[in-house]
Design a protein around this ligand. Structure first.
Ligand code: N2P
Length: 430
């Protein structure tokens, strides 16, 4: 009887835990990457659609690798997360993702297929030739990696090459994204510009290049850069640019849009450029990890994020560009004061001459000199080790002088203190 009671109590606890978990959706996203007011709206929408309660537990990260490690090593039960392309590739390869099942969502509220840009669909298809990443992820935001620059201090010609991060004229005012893959790619492209021009290597090949020689070349280059670096930043770079502490920032296009707008309000003029040598184009997408506990709510959440009005709000709040290909998203970004650009590659044939900010939606010519990063598998460790070697002794020679002076000062103070103690002891003995 006693055993039966214990069993019943245990089942009750287990049941209540599992039913509680059905009412919780754990979302893990990049910081500053959503209009947070859409979260309570999702809870209300979910209730209307399913008749069930849901509470969103929202957490953020700044670096892909932090998020990956929590899932890969920590097996954390996030229901929906937002990795970048090469991490989606890695999670796919390592069996860490669940296939998405949107057939479970009623047609009337299924926004996913309806709003997929053919461009995004194609790029996701190219992530892994063996498995279609479109079956496991839905793109959220996308953009390029480039240079934000202060137009009063830096010319477009100076900012138009990756070598600007090594330009002594801007030493101490250069911010670099603390994102190893997003820095490695552009630096390697810069170092291999001769081979790229001669056609002996392609951008696509460079995105797979994890050879020791290339890692060593990028490391040597970054070590020349680091004395001029004001900060390796996960998210404060855009802010430092608006305050004019930095004049150059190796950054993502979405941070650029945010910084350009904020800076204009305080009379600071910033611009963004994708250097001539070429760059990377990146995509972040929603996925449901293998350890998720609320697949149903996660699926509805991804669908909700694809609703055009929600996509527009997230775009307007963050400065990043939605991967949503709905025409109303395009319409929301039209500004008649701008020059027309050709966005047919993204929105289809009707978008051949649209007045949209080219920092948001890059021109086709920019896209043509950009490539998608790819997963390096176990070679990623080599990159991360190189990254910590570069940043690890990030102190400049001036820092070493200051540390040495501080040590000398401490030694002098200790000697002085001991001497005075001895003198006081002698005096009391007398
Ligand atoms: C915004 C994060 C953007 C992620 N804070 C770009 N991959």
């Amino acid at each position: 009887m006693k055993k039966l009671l214990i069993l019943a109590a245990l089942s009750a606890v287990l049941f209540s835990c599992s039913s509680d978990r059905d009412q919780i959706l754990k979302v893990y996203n990049w910081s500053d990457y959503i209009d947070e007011s859409v979260l309570p709206e999702f809870e209300a929408w979910y209730k209307v659609q399913t008749g069930e309660d849901i509470k969103v537990v929202y957490q953020t990260f700044d670096v892909n690798e932090t998020m990956l490690s929590k899932i890969e090593k920590g097996h954390e039960d996030y229901d929906v997360v937002c990795p970048s392309d090469y991490i989606i590739e890695r999670m796919l390869n390592d069996g860490l993702l669940l296939p998405l099942d949107f057939a479970s969502i009623p047609d009337s509220i299924n926004y996913i297929e309806l709003n997929k840009s053919p461009y995004i669909k194609g790029v996701f298809r190219s992530i892994n030739p063996a498995i279609d990443a479109n079956d496991y992820s839905v793109a959220y935001m996308w953009g390029t990696t480039g240079i934000i620059f202060n137009t009063d201090k830096v010319t477009p010609e100076e900012a138009g090459t990756w070598d600007v991060i090594r330009n002594p004229k801007f030493a101490g005012q250069i911010l670099i994204k603390d994102a190893p893959r997003d820095v490695y790619g552009p630096v390697l492209i810069y170092l291999k510009q001769k081979e790229l021009k001669e056609g002996t290597v392609t951008l696509e090949e460079l995105m797979h290049d994890s050879s020791d020689a290339s890692i060593a070349a990028v490391e040597a280059y970054l070590k020349q850069v680091k004395d001029g670096v004001l900060g390796w930043e996960a998210d404060f770079g855009k802010d430092q640019m608006t305050k004019e502490r930095g004049v150059i920032s190796l950054n993502w296009s979405g941070d650029a849009v945010w910084a350009i707008e904020e800076a204009a309000e305080v009379g600071v003029s910033l611009d963004y450029i994708v250097p001539e040598e070429g760059s990377t184009v990146w995509f972040d997408g929603w996925v449901i990890p293998k350890y998720a506990k609320n697949i149903k709510a996660a699926t509805y959440f991804i669908d909700f994020m694809c609703r055009p009005d929600i996509a527009i709000r997230n775009m307007d709040e963050t400065g990043y560009v939605s991967a949503n290909g709905a025409f109303e998203v395009l319409e929301s970004q039209i500004d008649e004061s701008l020059e027309p650009i050709d966005l047919t590659y993204f929105f289809g044939p009707d978008a051949d001459s649209v007045r949209v900010d080219p920092v948001l939606y890059p021109d086709k010519a920019v896209i043509d000199r950009c490539a998608l990063e790819h997963d390096w598998g176990k070679d990623t460790e080599k990159l991360l080790a190189m990254w910590s070697r570069v940043k690890g002794d990030n102190a400049s020679s001036m820092t070493y002088v200051i540390i040495a002076l501080a040590v000398v000062a401490i030694i002098v103070a200790v000697i002085f203190n001991n001497r005075s103690k001895k003198r006081r002891r002698k005096a009391t003995r007398k």
